[in-house]
Design a protein around this ligand. Structure first.
Ligand code: GUN
Ligand code: ZN
Length: 418
């Protein structure tokens, strides 16, 4: 047990619904016992409550809850930065060739280490991870993440059409592979499982039906996929599933839309789809940097809010531009500021979207996402930019993003930094 003394910032309530959802203690502290938060508040009060506990003094820094990334592709760790293409070309030229390498378990293991390092280096302690198409690569991911102590929800990506042959498998094989991965990993050392069809376009009706069967058999397993990302993709889905009134109807038909479902993107959603997502209690993973990089469009956040659809932030690495969830929050702010229906998001709303909203989406609100007593002690310690109010401090912190990677700077032949 210990008391950690620093400024404390978190959003234990939803700042889209309540004023004063941002809690801040300038001379604050977290009391932590056996990896669990015992209390968060002013240092003086916490000191008085636990007078015997040792104090780790980190004044000058700020504590934020561990960040929650609701959409990140493990096998795309090495291909960040493939700019200049739209979704389907980017998949064919960048993502899918790289993902085929994950048939090789050793390669998967090396990238799994890199992936986990990148998550933790950027302050992400919980993530819903889009996995690989190969079971051995999933073992590598789960093993590495469990060893690192992260909280990961992930699953084998399944597809049986459209993609290169190496990435396809039959619904029968996919079912068996899912069953054995669920038995091996779901509920063990911070790991949970998510049924993961790549997107409707790369799945037959038989494959989606198999996904529905897995969800019915495992009521606490999650579901993740992509939806309404790109107009060409939408046209493809319309012709592959002519009976479906819209994109979501394909997932609805196989009972894949529910409160444990997370749909990435949803840039081109109809009003009808928003109403159904809201009624189902499903969550959208909003990935602003990816939506911009692939030219997919600007997320209609105002319409999601009006329709009461839950959403949280995701980096969507590797179409997204990096692992930093604070950077993603800044991109979210910038893009909504200039969206056709513009929003001016507050620092509290951005922090919420990068932490608690994600924990809620993954059914982990009792464990992670803020510093409520009883939750897991997941936190980031960061140099605090000065600010005269909590909102200003948080705004500066989100805007300044991650530490710059420049190691040395030389001017006129002399080292001036590093
Ligand atoms: N849709 C299907 N696969 C993918 C992917 O890997 N990335 C993105 N952004 N969209 C997808
Ligand atoms: Zn994605």
């Amino acid at each position: 047990m210990e008391i950690l003394r620093a400024a404390v910032l978190h959003t234990p309530r939803n700042p889209f619904l309540e004023d004063n959802a941002l809690e801040c203690y300038v001379d604050g502290a977290l009391a932590v016992e056996s990896g669990v938060i015992a209390a968060a508040g002013d240092f003086a009060g916490i000191r008085a409550r636990y007078p015997e506990w040792p104090v780790r003094d980190r004044r000058g820094s700020v504590l934020l809850p561990g960040l929650v990334d609701t959409h990140v592709h493990f096998p795309q760790t090495r291909i960040i930065g493939g700019l200049g293409l739209s979704l389907l070309d980017w998949l064919n030229q960048h993502a899918l060739p790289e993902e085929a390498f994950f048939a090789e378990a050793n390669y998967a293991r090396i990238v799994a280490h890199h992936f986990v390092q990148e998550l933790v280096r950027h302050g992400t302690t919980t993530a819903l991870v889009f996995g690989a198409h190969f079971p051995a690569a999933m073992d590598a991911l789960f093993e590495t993440a469990a060893l690192a102590g992260l909280r990961i929800v992930s699953g084998l990506v399944v597809s049986d059409r459209l993609l290169p042959d190496a990435l396809l498998q039959s619904p029968e094989k996919a079912y068996a592979a899912n069953k054995s991965l669920i038995a091996r990993w779901h509920g063990t050392s911070g790991m949970r499982y998510a049924v993961t069809p790549r997107f409707a376009l790369s799945c037959s009706e038989g494959m989606l039906e198999m996904c529905g069967a897995l969800l019915a058999e495992h009521p606490d397993v999650l579901f993740q996929t992509h939806i309404n990302e790109n107009r060409q993709e939408l046209a493809g889905v319309r012709s592959a599933f002519p009976w479906a009134a819209d994109y979501l109807a394909v997932y609805d038909r196989f009972q894949l839309t529910g409160s444990r479902s997370v749909f990435a993107h949803n840039v081109h959603a109809s009003q009808e789809e928003l109403h159904r997502l809201s009624a189902a209690g499903a969550t959208v993973a909003h990935c602003p940097s990816s939506n911009a990089a692939l030219g997919s469009g600007i997320f209609p956040m105002a319409r999601h809010l009006a329709a009461n659809v839950r959403f949280a932030l995701g980096t969507d690495v590797g179409a997204g531009t990096g692992f930093g969830m604070l950077k993603e929050a800044l991109q979210c702010y910038l893009l909504q500021r200039v969206a056709p229906e513009p929003l001016v998001l507050s620092p509290a709303q951005l922090l919420y979207l990068a932490t608690r909203a994600g924990a809620e989406a993954l059914g982990l609100a009792g464990e992670a996402g803020d510093f409520t007593p009883g939750k897991s002690a997941d936190y980031i310690v960061r140099k605090a930019p000065l600010g005269e109010s909590p909102e200003k401090m948080l705004g500066a912190l989100i805007t300044s993003g991650d530490a710059p990677a420049i190691e040395e700077v030389w001017a006129r032949g002399r080292k001036v930094f590093g």
